[in-house]
Structure formats: C-alpha cells, structure tokens
Design a protein around this ligand. Sequence first.
Ligand code: MTE
Length: 321
Amino acid sequence: MLIRTPKDWALRESAATPEKIYRLSHRRDFLKSLGVAGAAFAARDLLAATGGFPTKLNPAYRDAALKPTPYDFITSYNNFYEFGTDKADPKPNAAHWKPEPWTVEISGLCDAPQKIDVNDLVAKMGGVEQRIYRHRCVEAWSMVIPWDGFPLAKLVALAGPKSEAKFVKFTTVLDPKNIPGQREGTLDWPYVEGLRLDEAMNELAFIATGIYGQPIPNQNGAPLRLVTPWKYGFKGAKSIAKIEFVAKQPRNTWNIMAPDEYGFYANVNPRVDHPRWSQASERVIGGGSGVFGSRQRTLLFNGYEKQVAALYQSLNLEKNY
Ligand code: MTE
C-alpha cells in the first residue's frame, strides 16, 4: 500500500471530516449572532481543540449568507472529462491516479519563467487561505465551495508579465497512459482555458489546492485548479500543468468544441441564455433532499458584480459570452 505523504500545500488534516470541522468553525458566527457573551472565545477554544482548522480563513470572502454545499456533493458530482463524461465518473475513475510529484511550468511573455514543484510554488505564495465562493456551472446548477488556495494575482506577480502579455493561458495535464478519458477523442486534449491578464489579476481569481481544508481531491482538479467564481465552472481548468503569458486571446476547450454554445468570457449572466437552455435560474446541488435542491435566481456575474463589473464596462456581454 502506498503511504500518503502530507503535502505542504494542504492545510493540516484533523480527525474529523472536513465538513464537520467547517461547521464547528462557523459555530462562532452562529453564537455571535445570538449575542451570547463570551461565546466567540468558547468557540475559538473549540477550534483549537480540533487542530485549528480553518487556520487561514480569509474573512473578506466569507459571506455568512452562503451555505456551503456538503463535501460529498462537491466531490462526487463533477465534470472532469479526462475521467469520464458522467457526473459520477470522475470520483471512482480518478481514485487511483497519482498527481504527484507535480511540476508547473510558468512561461511565455514574462520576466521569471520557471518550472516549479507545486509545494515550492505554494510556499512562495505564502501558503494557503480559505475562501467561500459560489460555483455556477453553465449547465444551470450551483454549489457553494470552501476552497483553499492562493490568489492568482500572486502567481502573476511572481512571473512578472512583460508589457506585451495580455492574456494567460492554462494548459492542463496530458497523461493518456494514466488518464483513461485521454485515450478517447471526447475532447481535444489537453483541456485548455484562458483569461485576460486583468481578469487573472482580479482579487477573486484563485488557484485552489484544497476544499474544506483538505487536499483537493483528484476529481476536483488535484493538485492545482483555477477558480473564477464570477464565470461558469468550465473556466475552472483542473490539474494545471502550464501557465503561459501570451499576447493573443487563447482558445479554450469548450469554445473549440462548440463555438456557438461556449465563448471565451463565460461570465455568469442570467440575461444571456445558452442556446439550448435558460441561464435565468439554477438548481442548488445538495440544497434539499437528494442531489437537486431548490431552484434560485441566478445573479449577474454570479453575485460578484461589485468586484468584477469594471472589467467589462466597454464589452457587449451578449456578443462576448
Ligand atoms: N478541467 C479539465 N481538465 N477537464 C474538464 O473536463 N471540466 C470543466 C472544469 N474544468 C473540466 C475541467 C467543467 S465543464 C466544469 S463545470 C468544472 O471543471 C467542474 O468543476 P467541479 O467538478 O469541481 O465542480
């Protein structure tokens, strides 16, 4: 049996399940909201007793109105075509894949191109923090995910893009020997994605290395995946191998596969429907009994208008979907 070595980039594991620990950490807010004197301190003690998780929760990205989706739904209802096309496929099919050791290439139009081990990269980023983000799939379902990771802007700063660099291209893993889906022509492998450089530097753009304070499971994109919560989930390139600074807008996999249905921007927009279905509302995964809970209204930029609207002031959002 292979012994799993602890990864530097993951928050420390504790005895309880990720979700239980998370709930415990949120007890403090709950007790505070009841106005119980001293309750915050009691809850903090409780936290310390469980290993201190979450150690670096970023309060700026912790909206008390958001109810995180149960861990089991986040990690068993996935899109990761490398491991199958059904939502239930990636978890079992990726279970034995070993995305370690892992080197990321940072290259293209930048001052500090480098190939760097994922653990060294996270150390250079100053470790990981937790953020709770909405997650909206183009297929009109949504979740709320406590991600662990670091801001993409920090990685951009490490690379030092040259003035000609206008976009960032993400190329994900290509390993057909060990990844069953890549031995079939389902998609044009490897899966690629891109962002405008100013989008990549937006405060929300994030590189995730964990979920609920645990190392990110293979099916969610171990060891590194992109998270852009104001965009549809397909922007969230999983298992990133290369991050390149480029002058021209790169193609992205779903745009290559179906250009009439999927664009480059992929900004969540309830007023711009997908050609085959409405984007006005979304089904909340795990929000009730069974997989699909209630339906809720979809918000412009997935509720992150304040942080990102300025990026698109001069853009026609209907044409640039
Ligand atoms: N990344 C790779 N490498 N391969 C994929 O098939 N699917 C995308 C995106 N990233 C995909 C990928 C799509 S369509 C979505 S909706 C999200 O991952 C799903 O992320 P989740 O499974 O963590 O919810």
